[in-house]
Structure formats: structure tokens, C-alpha cells
Design a protein around this ligand. Structure first.
Ligand code: NAD
Ligand code: MG
Length: 394
């Protein structure tokens, strides 16, 4: 029998983390759970511990660790080691006991551990797009240098990966690729009168028409910054320049992205909008396993539509293209100011239409510089957060 693949799931209590555990539970003979991590949701983490019996868990703070220790004692699971903090996240992501790391912490907080997994040569299942957006070259170099396998979990990038030739990453740029067509749903405000966008509430912004996701990425989908981050993500994953990455709005979210070739062929990957498909693909790659998702019923889907994105309605998309073209640390600044602006919007401190203004202001104020290592990237991230925060406060 095959040895079980041991997983470390960073962000196990989140939307991607829960979907990953759902796939794990369907294949107990193939997968074991080495580590689970969560920031503050200790009750949910304790339940996951009881079901999946990890060797180690990591939480955000000493207080959360104490709370979890009490819960695990009640569950008669005192043998599970409890750690907390950033260094512990990096330690479990690079531990020799683990084979694959699901990087599913949201935002910049996930970068150190995702990078640690890359450096340690793990099979890295990357959902945490912000990590790649912030650290682009550094992350890709770490993967190459260590011989790690990088599998995109973001549904669009997973689709593109499936539509590219199998040897693509060894010879990027040599396969007659005309364009990557990155599909976008357009989010909840695709057809709303632009002049009323100032009035939208966080609840309306997180109500995505097709996907159930965490709050941050849901707001990013409403501003289309999510697609902007994904353009940058595609640039790094597939060594493709911005000009060859085109965003196409496809409101049904059935085609998850496409690759257009020079001979006129377009290859698309389709499926129901459920993250367990790309998660199962990444977990079992290069094999295929059941994900729990129903087969796609094309007769029920009936029609597929495509629309050109309106950059006036979605200024964040333009900001992301501009940051990618500017290079250096511009994408780090874009990402950090977006995280601050989205949190301020969710906290009802700014309106929806202020999000892109905070990002634009921060990109103007903070100069993009070379940031070749983790420390300089984190310093740039911190400075952008400070500037974005001060604009919001004023
Ligand atoms: P979520 O908010 O549902 O979950 C986030 C997870 O990260 C939780 O387990 C939380 O405990 C942990 N976390 C939050 N802050 C942390 C911190 N400071 N330190 C350590 N851990 C922390 O988010 P999600 O929707 O599951 O998204 C996770 C990542 O996957 C994001 O980068 C997102 O862009 C990406 N992604 C998500 C989806 C989706 O369908 N949800 C699709 C594509 C990509
Ligand atoms: Mg996506």
C-alpha cells in the first residue's frame, strides 16, 4: 500500500481549510494530517483535532494556545502538541514529518509560512495568493532552488495549470501560447448602478453570487481586486507578461479559465464552482480523486456568457495591472494597502468606493523599491500599511 501523504493545513478553520479537510475525510487511506493551524477560532480547531488527530496545532497567540489546551484536555487529546506564533507556523510548514502544505492563511500573514514550505522543498498547494503577489520572484526562486512542487489552488490558476502542457514549467514561453484568459464572475456589483456603489454595506459586498468564501476575498471579488491579484499571481506562476493575461468576465463561473494558443485553439477547464475540485486536483496530482463535487450538468447551465471588464467600474483591476507593470515592490504596496482598506471597509470605517482611493494614494506615497528578501518585503508591507492607515484615519 502507498504511504499516506502527510498534510500541514495552514488556515484549517477558514473556507479553504474546511474544504481541504472535507476532501481529506473522503480519502483516509491516502492522507494523514500532520498539522492544523488557525488564528483565533479555537473551538472550531478543537473539533477538527478530534476528527483528524494531528500531531501538532498552531494558533495565533499564547492566550489562544491556553484556551485550546483546555478544550483538547476535555476531548482527551492531551498528546497533541500546541504551539503559537509566526515561527511555529514556519516550523510546521517545513517539518520533515510533512509532505504537502496547504497554504490557506488569508493575506500577508501567510507569507512567512508559505515561503518556509517552498524553501523546505514541500509540495506546496498555494491558495494564499497574497503571499505570491507580495514576494513574486523570491517565492518562485525558493520553489526552484529547493525542488519544491508548486500547485495552484486558486480556481483560475488551477484551471490554467490544467490547460497548459504538462512540461510547461520546465520550458515556459515555448508552447505557442497566445494568451491566458483569466475568467472573473464580476462579483455582486457587476450590474449595479455605479453611482450607488458608495452606499453598499459589507454584508452586500461579501454576498458573492457563485462562491462561498472568506470575507476578505469576497470583498476583493466585489472590487475585482481579487482578479487584479490573480493577474499578478498568473504572471509569477506561468512566467507570462501582463500583456498576455486578459481578464474576461464570465458571470456563470463554470469556465474557471482558459489558455488561447497561436493555432486558434482555446482550451478551457470547467466544473461546478466548488473549491474542492482544485483542492482535490492539487492533493492528488498527477492522479485524480473524488472531490465530493457533483458532475457538471451542461444542460442545466444552458448558456455561457462573456463580457469585457469595465475598468471605470472596477478601478482596482487597473491598479493591479499598473503595479505589475511597475515591478519592484509595487505589488507588495498594492496588496498591503488593499488589506488595510478592505478591513476598514468591513469595519465600516470607510465606504466601498474609498477602497481603491486608499490603494491609489498609498501607491503614490510609498516608492516601489527592490525588495529581494523576506525582511525587505515585510518592511515595505509595514510601511504601506502605515501610510494606508494614516490616510484612513485622516
Ligand atoms: P478565511 O478567512 O475563510 O480563512 C482564513 C484562515 O487563515 C483561517 O483559518 C484563519 O484562522 C487564518 N488566519 C487569519 N489571519 C491569520 C493570521 N494573522 N495568522 C495566522 N492565521 C491566520 O479565508 P479563505 O477564504 O479560506 O481564504 C484563504 C486564502 O485562500 C486567501 O489567500 C484567499 O485569497 C485564497 N483563496 C480562497 C478561495 C475561497 O474560495 N475561499 C478561493 C481562492 C483563493
Ligand atoms: Mg480565484
Amino acid at each position: 500500500m502507498q504511504k499516506k501523504q502527510q498534510l500541514c493545513i495552514l488556515g484549517s478553520t477558514g473556507s479553504i481549510g474546511v474544504s481541504t479537510l472535507d476532501v481529506v475525510a473522503r480519502h483516509p487511506d491516502r492522507y494523514g494530517v500532520f498539522a492544523l493551524t488557525a488564528h483565533t477560532q479555537v473551538a472550531k480547531l478543537a473539533e477538527q483535532c478530534a476528527q483528524f488527530l494531528p500531531q501538532v496545532v498552531v494558533v495565533g497567540t499564547a492566550q489562544a494556545a491556553d484556551e485550546l489546551a483546555i478544550l483538547l484536555k476535555e476531548e482527551h487529546l492531551p498528546q497533541i502538541q500546541i504551539l503559537f506564533g509566526r515561527d511555529a507556523l514556519c516550523a510546521v510548514a517545513s517539518a520533515s514529518e510533512c509532505d504537502s502544505v496547504m497554504a490557506a492563511i488569508v493575506g500577508a500573514a501567510g507569507l512567512p509560512a508559505s515561503l518556509a514550505a517552498a524553501k523546505a522543498g514541500k509540495k506546496v498547494l498555494l491558495a494564499n495568493k497574497e503571499a505570491l503577489v507580495m514576494s513574486g520572484q523570491l517565492f518562485i526562486d525558493a520553489i526552484k532552488d529547493s525542488g519544491a512542487t508548486l500547485l495552484p489552488i486558486d480556481s483560475e490558476h488551477n484551471a490554467i495549470f490544467q490547460c497548459l502542457p504538462g512540461n510547461y514549467n520546465r520550458h515556459p514561453g515555448q508552447h505557442g501560447i497566445h494568451k491566458i484568459l483569466l475568467t472573473a464572475s464580476g462579483g455582486p456589483f457587476l450590474n449595479r448602478d455605479v453611482n450607488t456603489l458608495d452606499d453598499v454595506t459589507p454584508e452586500q459586498a461579501v454576498a458573492h453570487p457563485n462562491w462561498v468564501m472568506g470575507r476578505k476575498i469576497s470583498v476583493d471579488s466585489a472590487t475585482m481586486m481579487n482578479k487584479g491579484l490573480e493577474v499578478i499571481e498568473a504572471h509569477w506562476l506561468f512566467a507570462t507578461p501582463a500583456e498576455q493575461i486578459e481578464v474576461v468576465i464570465h458571470p456563470q463561473s463554470v469556465i474557471h479559465s482558459m489558455v488561447s494558443y497561436t493555432d486558434g485553439s482555446v482550451i478551457a477547464q470547467m466544473g461546478n464552482p466548488d473549491m474542492r475540485i482544485p483542492i482535490a486536483y492539487g492533493m492528488a496530482y498527477p492522479e485524480r480523486i473524488a472531490s465530493g463535487v457533483a458532475p457538471l450538468d451542461l444542460l442545466k447551465v444552458a448558456s455561457l456568457n462573456f463580457i469585457k471588464p469595465d475598468f471605470q467600474r472596477f478601478p482596482c483591476l487597473q491598479l493591479a495591472y499598473d503595479a505589475l507593470k511597475e515591478g519592484k515592490s509595487a505589488a507588495t504596496i498594492l496588496n498591503a494597502s488593499n488589506e488595510i482598506a478592505v478591513q476598514a471597509f468591513l469595519d465600516k470605517r470607510i465606504g466601498f468606493r474609498m477602497i481603491n482611493q486608499v490603494i491609489e494614494y498609498t501607491l503614490c506615497k510609498v516608492a516601489a523599491t527592490e525588495a529581494p528578501d523576506l525582511e525587505s518585503i515585510l518592511a515595505c508591507d509595514a510601511e504601506a500599511r502605515r501610510v494606508a492607515g494614516s490616510m484612513i484615519s485622516s
